[in-house]
Each structure stands twice: as structure tokens, then as C-alpha cells.
Write a protein that binds this ligand. Structure first.
Ligand code: SF4
Length: 217
């Protein structure tokens, strides 16, 4: 059992990184005449394609009313458009317009300084970080704190530890190729949610192997 103070120090670390990301996003959004909420909505539309207001609100972690106001502003600026949802004619979905795609291409999604710090990790550190982030994000998801994420560990194509190659022990059935823990996806466009029983069984298999037992896997 870890000491509460130690756990809080790790939480403080996450908090610091979160603060840094938010302040970078605020500054970058400001330069484009947008708010960070508007940039977050544009970012999700870019990564996930057209979506309903309620889904966007959940992804960004804001109320539906706040999302509606931000989307109306983005619509007035000509960055997004509303259209009938092909899955439900009574519902509306939001999509990026060409100007919205251009606006997002000017926004750096992840600060170079953070990317440089992560690039400086050695493979063993990176492996542990991927496992840690997968476990923490999955816990947040399963307790309802955040929306379901498109991660390997919940994907129907994920087969953990099925290869003997210590560096690439997992298999992605979507691309039919082995891969290592450092390549675990936390937001994958090809993700399809696995059935709960399958997910639980594969996740247990993943957790049963410690990365240090498998070299830098
Ligand atoms: S499709 Fe994407 S999320 Fe699914 S196992 Fe392959 S890489 Fe992971």
C-alpha cells in the first residue's frame, strides 16, 4: 500500500502538467481569437469527426449549455456547421468547415516542450508511462469521471502479450501486426469497443505481465 502523501505528490505532478497544457492552450487560442473551450471542441471534431452537441460537451467536460454557446460562436465565425444527423433525422450534428480545419492546423495540439520532455524518456520509462496512463485513464473512465476513450486496452482488436518478442508482445488485429507497450494507443481512430467480458479478460492478461519481466516491452 502506498503512502497517501506519496500518492498526492503524483497527483500534484498530473496537476502541474494539466495546468501547463491548459495555459499553453489558452495562449494559443487567444492568438486565434478563440477560447480554449472553442479550441477543444474544434480539436475533438478534427480527431473524431462530426458529433452531436451533447457528445462534444461530454468529451470536453463542460455542460451542454456551455457547449451550445461555444458552438454557436464557432458557427458565426464560419468554423463549424450544423446538419441533420444521418443516424437520426431529428438530431443535429456538428462538423468542421474548411475554415475550421485551417484554424486547427494553426493550433499546436501538444506543446513542443512537453513533446521534447517525453522524447527524452528511455524505452523502459516510456513503457511504464504508457502502462500507468492506460491504468489511470481506464480507472477514470470506469468510474464515470471521464467519457470512454479510444484506447487499446478497451479495443476489440487488442491482444496483449500473445507474442514472444519482448519488444513487441501485443497484437493489433486491425492492422494484423505486433506492437510494443510504448506504442499502446490512448486515442486511436480505429478503436472499436470490445464486449465487457472480452475486455476484462484481456485487461487481466495485460496486467498479469509486468513490463520489467519482458525487458522493455
Ligand atoms: S485498432 Fe487501435 S486501439 Fe485497437 S488495438 Fe489496434 S492500435 Fe489499439
Amino acid at each position: 500500500m502506498q503512502d497517501t502523501g506519496d500518492i498526492e505528490q503524483v497527483a500534484a505532478g498530473f496537476f502541474q502538467v494539466g495546468l501547463y497544457l491548459r495555459s499553453k492552450q489558452w495562449r494559443s487560442a487567444e492568438k486565434s481569437g478563440l477560447t480554449s473551450t472553442q479550441v477543444s471542441i474544434l480539436g475533438f471534431l478534427k480527431r473524431r469527426g462530426p458529433n452531436r452537441v451533447m457528445a462534444l460537451a461530454r468529451l470536453v467536460g463542460i455542460t451542454e449549455a456551455t457547449a451550445s454557446r461555444a458552438i454557436s460562436t464557432l458557427q458565426r465565425k464560419g468554423l463549424v456547421e450544423k446538419s441533420a444527423d444521418p443516424d437520426d433525422g431529428r438530431a443535429t450534428r456538428i462538423s468542421l468547415r474548411t475554415a475550421g480545419v485551417r484554424a486547427m492546423s494553426r493550433q499546436s495540439e501538444f506543446p513542443q516542450t512537453l513533446l521534447a520532455a517525453l522524447a527524452g524518456l528511455d524505452p523502459a520509462e516510456s513503457t511504464v508511462l504508457h502502462r500507468v496512463l492506460s491504468k489511470v485513464i481506464l480507472h477514470l473512465q470506469e468510474t464515470g469521471a471521464i467519457e470512454p476513450q479510444r484506447m487499446c486496452c478497451t479495443c476489440r482488436f487488442f491482444q496483449p502479450y500473445v507474442h514472444t518478442d519482448a519488444f513487441r508482445p501485443h497484437h493489433c488485429e486491425f492492422v494484423d501486426a505486433p506492437f510494443g507497450t510504448v506504442s499502446l494507443r490512448l486515442d486511436c481512430g480505429d478503436h472499436i469497443q470490445a464486449d465487457e467480458a472480452v475486455r476484462t479478460q484481456r485487461w487481466r492478461r495485460f496486467l498479469a505481465v509486468k513490463p520489467l519481466e519482458q525487458g522493455n516491452s
